[in-house]
Design a protein around this ligand. Structure first.
Ligand SMILES: Nc1ncnc2c1ncn2[C@@H]1O[C@H](COP(=O)(O)OP(=O)(O)OP(=O)(O)O)[C@@H](O)[C@H]1O
Length: 447
């Protein structure tokens, strides 16, 4: 069986009933080839059901798994034998009388993940602005903010929000043509178009959509021809008020080898940072994901995982999936003991990354002070503030007690550490600069 298809089935296993999976998807045979994935249905009836009910979802999953836009062809037959009656599933052909717009709409195959919606997105301080902006764009495409750019570290929900916006646009207007693709797919399509001398078609394809969603545009860095082409596509869409939504793993101005004129265009709309979620949001996301997957997880377990896994939501979700699979396999409930035991190695890896000496070193580097000064008794402000931040980070990111942290900072009293934690928390609420420093340090330490 094609490995990709096997992984696709595994993913769909969590979403479809066992009966549907066995009746419609398991009987399909798959073959990967240069053009994409060929699926063979045992009979025309299965083919029709798969095409009508499951094909968009299959394509969305395959795109997510393979990282590229895969063309899926459905035929009656088997992967070992040639197709028996050659029934293909091209998108329905428009009648000769259909207008151009109608034809385009009929041929258009959106590839949004239907599970990524605003309803399944848990809001917290870290992503509030991003969510609000994505919703406004979805409610008023091409007019609210264009482009909308969501940026931030990996696994924080940028792709989720982007799909949610696309899904909401289509909910309001089912004919709306939303095209989602990762930036590598854009590059791949362009190279293919250049190779086959079909740039006109490439241009038409990207400019005929109502909303273009491109993920991870940092991959455009250093690819001059792609940037040039994207620049023109951008201008064409922007001028005719078609919506553009982009994501990037950092603020685009900080991406090296991205053309200045492109960077400037990206700043025309709204750029919103998606920050790593705080403890409460991480716990809430876990409980929501567990609920979606019908996995029984107590608040204690959610809090344990949220406390120990701070890197990103994807890692958190991965831990939950592992727990669910093991609990199911052993027929055991997910208690905190079971979670500790099952995820021992994973939790240790996350704990290892953040140690008090590591925090002290990173904070000293960040503020340009010497480590020995940070740990000294000197009370000048230029040292006192970084020291307080390092103490507060140690409390936030490690399991050490206040006295232990005090000890690690040149033998200070635990009340000094407590005071540092309170001061920094207050400052984070009132001082933007402080909050940015805090978040940046958390990113560096847990990323
Ligand atoms: N606030 C949230 N609520 C619910 N799920 C979330 C939230 N944030 C992230 N997730 C989930 O975490 C996983 C990773 O998110 P996503 O793929 O959107 O991250 P990303 O920021 O686009 O990362 P990358 O830059 O690596 O592509 C997804 O399954 C997504 O549903």
């Amino acid at each position: 069986m094609s490995d990709l298809w096997r992984r696709c089935l595994e993913r769909l296993e969590g979403e479809l009933s066992a009966e549907d999976l066995h009746t419609w998807l398991m009987p399909l045979q798959a073959r990967e080839d240069a053009d994409g994935l060929q699926l063979y249905a045992p009979n025309p009836y299965t083919l029709d059901v798969v095409r009508d009910r499951y094909l968009p979802r299959i394509e969305a999953v395959l795109t997510l798994l393979s990282g590229q836009s895969l063309f899926v062809r459905l035929e009656v037959g088997s992967s070992a034998i040639a197709p028996v009656n050659g029934r293909h599933t091209p998108p329905p052909k428009p009648s000769p009388s259909a207008g151009v717009a109608e034809a385009a709409a009929l041929n258009f195959h959106h590839n949004l993940d239907p599970h990524y919606t605003f309803e399944t997105f848990v809001e917290g301080k870290s992503n509030q602005l991003g969510k609000a902006a994505a919703m406004q764009v979805a409610q008023n495409p091409g007019r609210a903010y264009n482009p909308l750019l969501l940026y931030g570290g990996t696994g924080l929900g940028k792709t989720h929000l982007m799909h949610a916006a696309g899904n909401l646009m289509r909910e309001h207007n089912p004919g709306f043509k939303v095209l989602y693709l990762r930036s590598e797919q854009f590059v791949g399509s362009m190279i293919e178009a250049l190779r086959t001398k079909s740039m006109d078609e490439f241009k038409r394809r990207f400019r005929s959509v109502d909303a273009l969603l491109i993920d991870d545009i940092q991959f455009f860095a250093g690819k001059d021809t792609t940037q040039e082409e994207f620049f023109h596509t951008f201008n064409a869409l922007f001028e005719s008020k078609q919506q553009i939504i982009l994501t990037c793993d950092r603020y685009p101005k900080e991406v090296d080898k991205l053309e200045p004129r492109l960077k400037s265009r990206l700043g025309w709309g709204l750029s919103v940072a998606i920050e790593p979620p705080d403890f409460e949001t991480r716990a809430a996301i876990l409980l929501a994901k567990a609920h979606d997957k019908s996995v029984k997880v107590s608040e204690d377990v959610a809090m344990l995982l949220a406390k120990r896994i701070r890197s990103n939501v994807r890692d958190l979700e991965g831990a939950l999936n592992t727990l669910a699979a093991r609990a199911n396999f052993y027929g055991r409930p997910i208690t905190t003991d079971f979670a500790e035991e099952t995820l021992r190695d994973l939790l240790a890896t996350h704990a290892q990354a953040v140690t008090v000496p590591n925090i002290q070193k990173i904070v000293a580097e960040y503020f340009g002070v010497r480590l020995q000064d940070l740990l000294s008794k000197r009370r000048v402000r230029s040292l006192a503030r970084p020291r307080q931040i390092a103490m507060a980070l140690s409390k936030e990111l490690t399991e050490h007690s206040l006295p232990e942290i005090g000890e690690a900072f040149g033998g200070r009293d635990h009340t000094t550490v407590l005071h540092a934690c309170r001061t920094i928390r207050k400052l984070c609420e009132t001082d933007t600069r402080m909050r940015q420093d805090w978040e940046q340090l958390i990113r560096t330490l847990t990323g």
